[in-house]
Write a protein of this length. Structure first.
Length: 135
């Protein structure tokens, strides 16, 4: 391998690492946006359950007002924690991150193509039919 090839490979690796970092940053922003979209829904559902418990407790005095408030706050906290954990824990593969960036920024599949090319030769063996099906 010549020196110029080594320099080109090094520059390609640095460029691909920069692409990986950028895609990772945008994936983090996407997950945070998803969290901000789903968190109010989860809190509303938890508080709706608290409201139903309060209405039932008003018809049949099973719980005090303080217990109902504590139950509602606990439900809201659990809903917020579960929503945050499920949303932020979802990790996308590099290919999925690239496809998201392509769609979001109208990149015409440039990032996905760069990830696929860097991954190596693409195998199309899963697309071929067995010879027994052709007869």
């Amino acid at each position: 391998m010549t020196t110029s090839q080594r320099i080109a490979d090094h520059m390609d690796d640095n460029g691909f690492r920069a692409l990986q970092n950028r895609l990772g940053q945008w994936d983090t922003r996407r997950r945070q946006a998803t969290l901000l979209r789903w968190l109010p829904r989860a809190l509303a559902a938890a508080l709706l359950v608290g409201l139903v418990v309060a209405l039932v407790a008003r018809a049949r005095p099973l719980l005090t007002a303080g217990e109902i408030a504590l139950l509602s706050v606990t439900l809201a906290g659990v809903a917020a924690a579960v929503t945050a954990a499920t949303t932020l824990a979802q990790r996308s593969s590099l290919a999925e991150q690239a496809r998201f960036a392509d769609r979001h920024f109208a990149l015409r599949e440039r990032a996905a193509a760069a990830v696929e090319i860097h991954a190596g030769p693409v195998s199309y063996t899963h697309l071929t039919l067995p010879t027994s099906d052709l007869v």
